[in-house]
Structure formats: structure tokens, C-alpha cells
Design a protein around this ligand. Sequence first.
Ligand SMILES: [Zn+2]
Length: 422
Amino acid sequence: MKNNLIAIVNIRIFDGTGAPVLNNGVVLVENGVIKDVGSSGSVSVPDSAEVIDAKGKMLLPGLIDAHLHLQGFRSGDFVKEPLLTPFGVFVARAARDAESLLNSGFTTVVDAGGLVALHLKYAVNEGTVAGSRIVAAGPALSQTFGHGDEHYFPVEWVDYRTTRKFTPFVSLICDGEDECRKAARYALREGADFIKIMSTGGVLSEKDRPEYLQFTIKEIRAIVEEASHAMRIVHSHAQGAKGIKNAIEAGVKVIAHAIYMDEEGFEMAKEKDVVIVPTLAIVEKILEVGKEVGVPEWGLKKSEEVHKVHIETIRKAFKAGVKIAAGTDYIGGWLPQGENAVELKIYVEKVGMSPRDALITATKNAAQAADLADKTGTIEKGKLADLIIVDGNPLENIDILLDKENILLVMRDGKIFKNKLE
Ligand SMILES: [Zn+2]
């Protein structure tokens, strides 16, 4: 079989482990896995290997967006668009978006709730769609009157088990420990790679607010237990301080948004090795273009309310040493899949991270949020060969990652999907 042994030579390696950049490095890839990595003298390259000369460019771990939704949305009108657009159209658009993500250097994405990704991941895995690896939650678990219970629709349209229309945003509505257990089992049955829950209200839900508490600790515990039986973790959408702490106390491993997280929450997160995924990019974008793309008035209003405090919280969390993973909450269209590195730019410009710290959020830390820390996120022996080569040095200027043209080579699972080195 040709192509199962590839050596990338003449590269500068940022491996994502915290080690300094290695000049004149070599990476040897065999059957989709990193077989060896090191300086040019220390790695022996067999004659049978296909050799790629990277011409001194920089090699990074493939980027990971730890929170997005491959929904194939094109407008900001969350009420009308799902009603008027056939499901197949959403899937076709999301396939295009998954390709765009891969071409932008994102070798893995975490889909934090929705049906499209749940189906699309099969098409990516079988090679039909040349997209990022998808880690999908499938339908999120929400209480009645929760963030995932789209309040503007009749409830039977919202619940995955009763709706008669296949649509991107559907949830599993569950109340009480037994229903929560059953809903978690149902999500697993449908192919969820992790369980997504909503433990507070939100910005883009009509009748609640970020501070509202959703699910009891007991309900969350029941879900976490069911997930753990299937060796999976739980992510929670959590914005208010108390709902964040409830989730962490009950065993949730990833907190999305974290808008009003407090000092006590930071300490709990550190103690339990919980990762937070800020998703600052979506709020910025709503403020920028939300009105013209049709985001409902209540969504615009709440976005304005949370914008400043959200950034301030993430700044404090970073200072306090809480682990942060990059995630955009992008859904397609005006929240364009492929421009997700903008989250890193915000971390550097507004949160106070160095470009190196920002890169770690989209590689090593994001791999932890994806529950793939042993498989990807760093360039180390034995990990999947998810690698990108970039033009320029993102450690000096993170902005270079925002331009697709600077992503010269993309390899996922040892397979080259893009190569502009020649
Ligand atoms: Zn989200």
C-alpha cells in the first residue's frame, strides 16, 4: 500500500505540549498515526517513506473547535429558518461547512448539540465528505422551559422524540431524575459521543435568562452517571454562576460559555480539572451583524448585556489558571465555519493570552474538551496524525491562522486533504 508511510521533513515544530519550538524537525507518520517525531538527526526516515519537504515552515497540531454547531444555518432567524428549510438542505450546507473547516486547519470539531452533525459524522468517517473529524452530542438534554426547549415553538416540535419535522435544533426534554436518565440513554442510543445538557438559561433562548437555574444537581448527577456508564463525559451550557457550580459539583467536565462564573467556580473547575469553553466569537458577531441577519430582538438585547462581563470573566478565569478550550459556537452562514480561529484572536486581543496560550486552547485543551486527549491535540508519538503546516509564525502573530491561504497543508488521520507546499 502506497502512502502509509509519510515523512515531513525540514519543519519547525510547535507540538502543543508546552515544549519550545523545535527547528529542523521531522515527523514520521505510519497508517494514520505519528510514529516518530524529533530533530532531523534523531528520526530515521525509511527509504519507503513518501517525503514532504516543508521548506522550513511551521507544523502545528490540527486545530480543534471545542464548541460549534454544524447546523448549516444561513440566517440569524432561529424561528423561521428551521421551519422553512428542508432538513436535507441543512445537511448539504453543513457538509460544505465541514470541508471549509478542514481546509482552514480544523481537523476536529466538537458539535455541542444538534442533529445534523450526528448524521454528517458518518459521511465524514466513510470518506464521502472531506471534513473535520466530528465529535457530536446529538440532541441536547434540556428541562421543560430550559435553554434547549425552544420556547417559541410548541413543545412537541422541540422534543426529538415527538417532532415530526427533522430540523437542526432539537432537544430531549426531560424533568426529574428518571426522565433525565432515560434521555441520556436515548442520546447515547442515537450515537452521541458525549452528552450535552443545559444547566442555565441563555442568550439565544426567548423566555429565560443566563442567570436562571436549570436542572437540579440530582438530575445532572443522574445524567453524568449514565454518561459515565458508557464511558462518556458531559458538557453543560452554563452561564449563571450557580448553574455553573451545580454542573461542576455534579460531575460535568466541560462548561460552555461561563459568562458569570465566579471565583468559587474557578477553584472548583481547577480542582476537578474542568475545562471552560468561552465562545466569545458568537457574541462579538451578534453585536456586529445580528440585527441585519435577523437575530430576534431578545437575543440582541441579551447579547449586549453580557458582552463586556463575559470577556471580563474569561480574563479572570485565565488569570486564575482555569483551563480554557477554544470554541466559537458558530453555526454556519453569518457565523462562518472556517473562520473559527477568530476566537484565538479575541483571546489574544481581549483576554490577555499570548499567542502561544491561545494556540494551546485550540489544540491540547480543546482535545481534552473533545475527550480525545489521548488521541489528538499534540504532536507526540502514538497520537493520530492530525497535523497542519502554516505559512508564517502564529506564535508571533495569531492572525495568520484566520486566512485559509496561510494553511498550506492539512493532514487528518494521516491523510492529506490539502497541500499547497509545492
Ligand atoms: Zn452552543
